[in-house]
Design a protein around this ligand. Structure first.
Ligand code: GLN
Length: 397
């Protein structure tokens, strides 16, 4: 029989989606794949109902409906502090997942090198490999997940075509400071490198941290491919609405890649999401407050459960240290599977985010209703006792 592409040797099922699958199988509280269990704003739902009756139901302009792009350009121009042209600077995509793939395919030739910070959101390396490029890993060092300036400088000396920055960061919760971003900007300029950003958590930042859009740094708009989505900001992860913002010489090409990959994002959903893009500033202030409360409630619970964790500055994930249970001898994947079955809470094994052999962290998310979080915390409080009872079975496997 013919053989499937060798490129795929590298791929396994997404660990994040696998954990969701196992969690559903055992009816656990799913704090693995990051999505809310609460409804989108009512303004969007009302519009969705209207769209069902009035349309559109057919293809839209491949790079996004004019009305959607205008609303998005207005909102992002305000938040990014850049004058974004809805006619030349935007591609609307099927989620940020497609946006990142399109960005990579637009920026890179086969054989190009791309800097990826480790830990990283699992899609990035898949994006790099699928576009024929090769990753250069630069570690973000716990507990603050800062990069070593010399190490990053050495990575840039390998002449990468692009660097990927996830800010606020999944899975670490790091929010890059302006000084850190400026250091990267200077290197990108010196070595003539594209900067591909994933900023889907742009509005989920806990005070006093502040999100700085990479493209807003002096001179950076011209080399930055900013990817983001509406998924997290409006609790519509299933609508798959994302976008790329960049200068017209990049967007012009990115539109072609996007067109051949997917034709376009769902037209009825673009229409129904417009009231989201038109929300007043208060919506974003309330969102920040909501997620700060959720984080604080959740980490207080983790603390009460006696678990060690790293407090996130942004996004909606917490990395919990499991080394006291596993002693580094039991795989985090095995620990997570045990936790789903015995504790009833699903997490993502940290090893899926790291290039380095890191095995002592698991990722939990807190984009859930208060009652779900409280229930999860109650279950996590039983973890230690249950582990002590089960430890022997697991470690002798
Ligand atoms: N970004 C989310 C996460 O990291 C969802 C990932 C996905 O499955 N699309 O969990």
């Amino acid at each position: 029989m013919p053989k499937v592409s060798k490129r795929l040797d590298f791929f396994t099922e997404s660990i994040i989606r696998k954990m969701t699958r196992i969690s559903n199988q055992y009816g656990a509280i799913n704090l693995s794949q990051g999505y809310p269990d609460f409804d989108p704003p009512k303004e969007l739902l009302k519009e969705l109902k209207k769209v069902a009756k009035e349309g559109p139901h057919q293809y839209e302009i491949t790079w996004g409906s004019e009305e959607f792009r205008k609303a998005l350009a207005k909102k992002q121009s305000k938040f990014m502090g850049i004058d974004i042209d809805p006619y030349t600077d935007i591609v609307v995509s099927c989620g940020s997942t497609e946006a990142m793939m399109v960005a990579m395919m637009t920026a890179c030739e086969p054989g190009d090198k791309v800097i990826v910070f480790s830990p990283f959101y699992e899609n990035y390396v898949a994006d790099v490999v699928l576009s024929g490029a090769e990753p250069i890993y630069v570690p973000l060092n716990p507990p603050n997940f800062n990069f070593d300036k010399d190490e990053l400088t050495r990575a840039f000396e390998q002449k990468p075509k692009a660097i990927i920055i996830c800010n606020p960061s999944n899975p670490t919760g790091k929010v890059f400071t302006k000084e850190e971003l400026q250091f990267i900007a200077d290197l990108a300029e010196k070595h003539d490198t594209f900067v591909i950003t994933d900023e889907v958590y742009e509005h989920i930042v806990m005070k006093p941290n502040k999100h700085v859009y990479f493209a807003s740094l002096k001179g950076m708009f011209e080399r930055t491919i900013s990817c983001s989505s509406l998924s997290k900001t409006y609790a519509i992860t299933g609508w798959r609405l994302g976008y790329i913002i960049g200068p017209s010489y990049i967007i012009d090409k990115a539109r072609t890649v996007h067109d051949f990959l997917t034709v376009g994002a769902a037209s009825p959903l673009q229409k129904a999401a417009i009231p989201g893009l038109e929300m007043p500033d208060k919506y974003y202030e309330d969102l920040q407050e909501l997620y700060t409360k959720k984080r604080d409630l959740f980490i207080k619970g983790l603390d009460e459960a006696g678990l060690k964790f790293i407090t996130p500055q942004g996004a909606y994930y917490v990395l919990v240290d499991i080394s006291e249970f596993t002693g580094g001898k039991i795989a985090d994947v095995e620990f997570c599977e045990w936790m789903i079955k015995e504790v009833g809470v699903a997490a993502v094994p940290g090893s899926s985010f790291f290039k380095e052999p890191v095995n002592h962290l698991i990722r939990l998310h807190f984009a859930k209703k208060t009652e779900t979080l409280k229930d999860a915390v109650d279950r996590l409080k039983t973890l230690r006792d249950k582990w002590n009872k089960n430890n022997i079975d697991i470690s002798t496997k």
